[in-house]
Design a protein around this ligand. Structure first.
Ligand code: PMP
Length: 338
């Protein structure tokens, strides 16, 4: 039956499809299902928290008519906020680290946002860090609201209210493992909380890029020093309050090479047109499934779209320059795709 017309694009956020990963994961006993968040109107999972943050700020009076939304964003939250702002009559200023792809910056400017780019390789407390610059701009700009996705409870709440219930329904409650990359932690914390309330046995598995602090923090409770990595949108160098480790059962680490290899495979072998953090999440799900010798249903979040990475993951020259093409000298697997 054809879907009736929505009143505006914001009504089409969420209710994304779930599809089986039928080729790449054919060797494991588990069935791995992919939640296609890149099919949201802003092409990522972050449309959900962006709209929730705006709706909650309107309700509490923090965001007033004609106001300016300021945010530190790696791009996807910015797109969600910009879409909602365009529809609801707000202005946007986004502050991004300089490692982000040119496509992300251009597309945010295309939707009418002002984008400020800051250095990646500085401490979070440095006044030049993108977090601090966003804070300063939100104070200096009249009638501004700092969306603050790293410390805004509306972020995980969006997933308690939408992603979690959708997955429960789409799997008829037959979900054993949920795998998600962790940036702000909103997706894993909110979806994980909902799923565990429905069934405490559902295993919640977080994915962390090598260089981020989450893996070590989860294993030891200690903060280690972060170092830079190439994959975008997940991993952190500090602990956001939206990252709820109490719902996380396991954290699996992935390398840039693994993220990019699996992203390219998703695109070429399954037609799943997604970005680097999704490749990392699928790689982690396969590592998890390879250790299990019983059948289980695993769901993996496909966060954003491949179109944002044409000049990186899908550019052989860029991959070669970064030593990411050809056999991995540190791996016991020989890649047959790259
Ligand atoms: N992948 C990508 C590409 C992202 O942009 C983000 C959000 N920064 C994530 C994963 C992680 O999502 P969350 O912030 O909900 O942990």
């Amino acid at each position: 039956m054809p879907i009736k017309a929505a009143n505006n694009i914001l009504e089409l956020i969420g209710n994304t499809p779930l599809v089986k990963c039928h080729k790449i994961a054919a060797h494991v006993k588990a069935d791995i299902y992919l939640k296609l968040e890149y099919l949201n109107p802003g092409s990522s999972v972050k449309d959900r928290p962006a709209l929730q943050i705006i709706r909650d700020a309107e309700e509490s009076g923090l965001l007033k008519p004609g106001g300016t939304i300021v945010e530190a964003t790696s791009g996807n939250t910015g797109m969600g906020l910009a879409l909602a702002a365009a529809n609801l009559g707000y202005k946007c200023i986004f502050v991004m680290p300089d490692k982000m792809s040119e496509e992300k910056i251009r597309s945010l400017r295309a939707v009418g946002a002002r984008v400020v780019v800051c250095p990646t390789a500085v401490e979070p407390d440095d006044p030049r860090s993108y977090y601090k610059v966003a804070e300063r701009l939100s104070i200096e700009t009249p009638n501004a609201f700092l969306a603050n996705q790293y410390h805004n409870a509306s972020n995980p709440k969006a997933h308690v209210h939408s992603t979690g219930p959708e997955l429960w329904e789409q799997t008829d409650g037959e979900i054993d493992v949920f795998v998600s990359s962790m940036g702000t932690g909103g997706t894993i914390s909110g979806t994980g909380r909902y799923l565990k309330e429905k069934n405490p046995d559902v295993q919640i598995v977080g994915v962390d890029p090598i260089g981020s602090i989450y893996y070590d923090y989860f294993k030891t409770g200690r903060m280690t020093e972060a170092h830079t990595y190439l994959v975008e949108g997940f991993g952190e160098d500090f602990l956001p309050s939206t990252m709820h480790f109490d719902v996380v059962d396991e954290v699996i680490r992935v390398s840039d090479r693994e993220c990019f290899e699996y992203t390219r495979r998703l695109v070429r072998e399954e037609g799943i047109l997604t970005g680097g953090s999704s490749g990392g999440a699928l790689c982690a799900a396969i590592k998890y499934a390879e250790r299990m010798d019983k059948h289980m249903n695993i769901v993996v979040i496909m966060c954003d779209s491949f179109s944002r990475y044409m000049s990186k993951i899908f550019d052989d020259e860029w991959m070669r320059e970064n030593g990411l093409l050809g056999p991995d000298p540190n791996s016991d697997r020989v890649s047959d795709i790259l």
